[in-house]
Design a protein around this ligand. Sequence first.
Ligand code: PLP
Length: 377
Amino acid sequence: MPDVAVPIPAQLLPADGRFGSGPSKVRRAQVDVLAALGTSVLGTSHRQPPVRDLVARVRRGIAELLGAPEGHEVVLGNGGSTSFWDAATFSLVRERAHHAVHGEFSAKFASATTRAPFLSPSHVTRAEPGDRALVTPDGEVDVYAWAHNETSTGVVSPVQRPTAEGTSRDQLTLVDATSIAGAAAVDLTQADVYYFAPQKVFGSDGGLWFAVCSPAALARIEEIAASDRWIPDSLDLSQAVANSRLEQTLNTPAIATLALLAEQLDWFADNGGLAWAAGRSRESSDHVYAWAQARPWASPFVAVPEHRSPVVATIDLDPAIDHTAVIRALRDNGVLDVFPYRKLGRNQLRLGLFPAVEPDDVRALTACVDYVVERLA
Ligand SMILES: *Cc1c(COP(=O)(O)O)cnc(C)c1O
């Protein structure tokens, strides 16, 4: 390998070098299924049974995997989680939202509701990146919003309604589970909307959003749709609900994304469901945090152990070790995408440890980092 500054011996390398925090590793079996659907499903009408059956399979698979309670519905639409923030701003917030913000993704949704001219300025509970903010009981809001996993920093939060018994159910909880839905236990009676995109935990492609909606959330969507608020069609969740009930989307979905997701949902279900998937991520992340703590030049960025994400591990490096050099050396050897979140600006590695990633490959990854750091020193 002529241009490789630090060639890593082949026996140390992971079998698969994809450790991105999204998009993430797509398994070979998923791609094979996609190829097999090449003439029967891909390139066919999304209004006809082959694609609608795929949508039905995905909606059912999500409800089963996450244990959606009776009456909760899986709604989907185009545009990924970022579009869902805009749709939720239009279709779920009646007057004012309260956000917990401790990183880039939670900040973006807070910014969307704050800037909406038809809403009152949002309340925000903030924490520094690496710390955790939780929403606090707030009598002036009709929506609480936070991220189950803040992907920019690797902080995990509980999915738990902020107010105890006696809470008026007129306050909805909206949980951004984009990077953790399907890789951690969840009690969906604690969330009115638990939403995600399929390119992280599910190793599919981007472009769609999915939201498990409670009866209270569905009622709020209808209430706002019937009000005089102007809502663009593509961001109107009442249209998404109506289409989802017909196993469709308002406009053309990415059929390949649906097919890759359906295959991954089957793979999870066949192997033991959510507990199995979560166990794989937990095994990988336990290893990574223990590895970092055993190195004088590495440490978990998230100080409080219970706040450390089981799916996205952020590891700070000693200032003497340039993370960009480590990341470049790894990339030269096919070990990919372990860079920190751009705007965080830290000397850090960020590892995506989703269920599709083999725990053995994660052990190989840390051995590769050891090897590179030793030789760069
Ligand atoms: C990746 C991510 C998003 C954005 O998802 P897109 O589908 O790219 O819009 C939102 N929230 C969290 C927590 C994420 O990790």
